[in-house]
Design a protein around this ligand. Structure first.
Ligand SMILES: *Cc1c(COP(=O)(O)O)cnc(C)c1O
Length: 370
């Protein structure tokens, strides 16, 4: 039945298409879709994901750092790529690869104008980010005049968009705060646009914003987790389907007697006759040690098998005492039925952390089916 022969992260492009179209159905026709593919497309594979999304109609991409944008350009991505958190040291590289910086402070704006102007650029597309309450990166409301003064003094750059980021759009208890963020973004953008004399596009919404705050859609929405669909998590829409499945196989089965132990430091000691399976995935592959000692589990033959003892660098040992299975059988770490959000929550983290930790050592495979 199963074709899994080693540890793989399987990327389902049909699910990616489904999620993209589903989110698109939640926004008005004129609203553009920006796909966030930072952190290797939330741990999957940025180039595979981006090439597919470009084909099915994404308008824009965003990454966190310039190096991630370079990977997309080298994979042949043609549409605009916004770099959300660029570091000035990489501005020359960013320009070389026609990436578009989100500038978030007087230092980054000044530095970017300086470097772009030295390189002879004119009307280079930039994005201005406002802080409206996340208090992470962004200009403040009272920075508008500074921005205008910098821009009036040069034709090196041109603002193509104004953006801000919501802090708690998934939380209904923070509705008042979110509305305040939306109003603050509107007010600041309006002031800047009046003084600027032209109208950049505006965007503020992340995935939960798309689903919960129509008034925050503006001209474009940004979605990351919505594309990957993790998924069946109260925060998100049940319609979203998980794109990545992490699978492995049973390398070996052992039968242990009471008093015998499992793994390093003998962290698990059997009090009964038990049966264990060794699975070739460890903390170097992204299964962090917090999943050890029965906090995490995998699925074998539709049943949960808890991780015994400490997670090793390359392997885990799981309890299969009551599971009918044999060496070579498939092991599911997460998939559509046992989703990453659930496993992550069980061991005290969130799906994003589990997903983005899947290391490059794990082979990526692509399937197109439903
Ligand atoms: C990561 C990120 C997003 C995407 O958020 P999701 O909730 O995953 O859709 C959007 N905007 C910014 C600025 C981000 O850093």
């Amino acid at each position: 039945m199963s074709s899994t022969k080693e540890t793989v992260l399987e990327i389902n492009l049909a699910h990616l298409t489904h999620n993209f179209n589903y989110l698109k159905s939640k926004i008005a026709d004129h609203v553009k879709m920006l796909a966030v593919v930072k952190a290797s497309g939330y741990g999957s594979d940025a180039a595979i994901i981006a090439k597919h999304l470009e084909k099915i109609g994404a308008d824009y991409f965003a990454v966190a750092y310039a190096s991630e944008g370079v990977i997309l350009r080298e994979a042949g991505v043609k549409i605009p790529i916004l770099v959300l958190h660029p570091q000035p040291v990489n501005f020359p590289k960013l320009i070389e690869y026609k990436l578009e910086p989100s500038l978030y402070s007087s230092r980054t704006l000044r530095e970017f104008i300086k470097i772009a102007s030295l390189l002879g650029e004119q009307n280079y597309p930039i994005h201005i980010k406002f802080n409206t309450g996340l208090n992470r990166i962004g200009f403040w409301e009272n920075d508008v005049d500074y921005i205008i003064n910098q821009l009036n003094a040069t034709n090196t750059v041109k603002i193509v968009s104004l953006l801000s980021h919501l802090a708690a759009s998934e939380d209904p208890n923070e509705k008042e705060f979110t509305i305040h963020q939306i109003n603050s973004f509107k007010k600041t953008s309006k002031e800047l646009i009046q003084k600027l004399g032209y109208t950049p596009i505006m965007h503020q919404s992340n995935t939960s914003g798309i689903l919960n705050y129509r008034e925050a859609h503006f001209d474009m929405v940004r979605t990351g987790i919505g594309l990957y669909g993790y998924g069946n998590d109260a925060k998100f829409d049940k319609e979203l389907k998980p794109v990545a499945s992490l699978k492995s196989i049973i390398s070996q089965i052992h039968r242990l007697e009471p008093g015998e132990s499992v793994g390093y430091n003998r962290a698990f000691k059997a009090t009964d006759f038990i049966k264990t399976a060794t699975v070739p995935i460890g903390h170097a592959d992204g299964i962090s040690r917090q999943y050890g000692n029965k906090k995490g589990f995998v699925i074998i033959n539709n049943q949960r098998a808890y991780i015994l003892g400490n997670v090793c660098m390359d392997m885990i040992m799981v309890d299969i005492t009551n599971i009918d299975c044999k060496e070579g059988d498939e092991v599911i770490i997460f998939d559509a039925n046992s989703n990453a959000a659930k496993i992550a929550e069980f061991s005290g983290t969130i799906s994003y952390e589990l997903l983005t930790a899947v290391s490059p050592r794990v082979k990526r495979t692509v399937i197109e089916e439903n």
